[in-house]
Design a protein around this ligand. Structure first.
Ligand code: 5GP
Length: 184
């Protein structure tokens, strides 16, 4: 399908649908190899990770379950403050389960740090983190460990493949850099 956004002059494709699919295949194989025989649950963090979550789970050749959380992170201007409100909690307990939190992008890392703290008190066998994108430059929590990373990207604002700008562009099949965020 030829998306009209391919010709949007303010978007520059960073990762094509094909490149993303190939990387997710590799991540899925790695996750499967490391979780055989475990009670695995892939927790998607709504809404940004929805596309990644849906594609990743189909590349993990193991019995598994899925669940979702929705959080709102408060921003002070454009910076994340680390205050996280749970808008939607998990539907099922994670006691004794091998949990992989599936995120779209780790930026300052503050949202995930808080989320992992919250989940950390629930008796899971293990909690790991998968993020499609890692933007290390603005990271505040330098200790945050991403177990499964799709791509490391520069400190630019990106959209597509689940990631939005003011609610738009989540449906783009590719990931693009917004050249002029003022014009989005
Ligand atoms: P942080 O790691 O700073 O706490 O926040 C991560 C969240 O900020 C992500 O889940 C995502 O919603 C948002 N975010 C960070 N960088 C970008 C970006 O480049 N593009 C988009 N669309 N959202 C971003």
């Amino acid at each position: 399908m030829e998306f009209t956004e391919f010709t949007n002059p303010n978007l520059e494709v960073l990762f094509s649908a094909e490149v993303i699919a190939q990387r997710i295949k590799e991540l899925g194989a790695q996750i499967a190899a490391e979780h055989a025989g475990q009670d695995l649950v892939l927790v998607g963090v709504l809404k940004g990770s929805s596309v990644f979550h849906a594609d990743l789970m189909r590349q993990v050749d193991l019995p598994l379950s899925i669940d979702f959380m929705a959080v709102s992170s408060y921003k002070d201007g454009t910076k994340s403050t680390g205050d996280v409100e749970i808008l939607k909690d998990l539907s099922n307990p994670i006691r004794e389960k091998a949990v992989i939190v599936v995120e779209d992008i780790v930026d300052t890392g503050l949202t995930l740090t808080r989320l992992l703290e919250i989940l950390g008190s629930r008796g899971a066998r293990s909690i790991k983190l998968a993020s499609l994108l890692d933007k290390p430059e603005p990271r505040i929590n330098k200790d945050l460990k991403i177990d499964y990373t799709g791509f490391v990207i520069p400190n630019k604002f990106v959209v597509g493949y689940g990631l939005d700008a003011a609610g738009r562009y989540r449906n783009l099949p590719f990931i693009a850099v917004v050249k002029d965020p003022e014009q989005i």
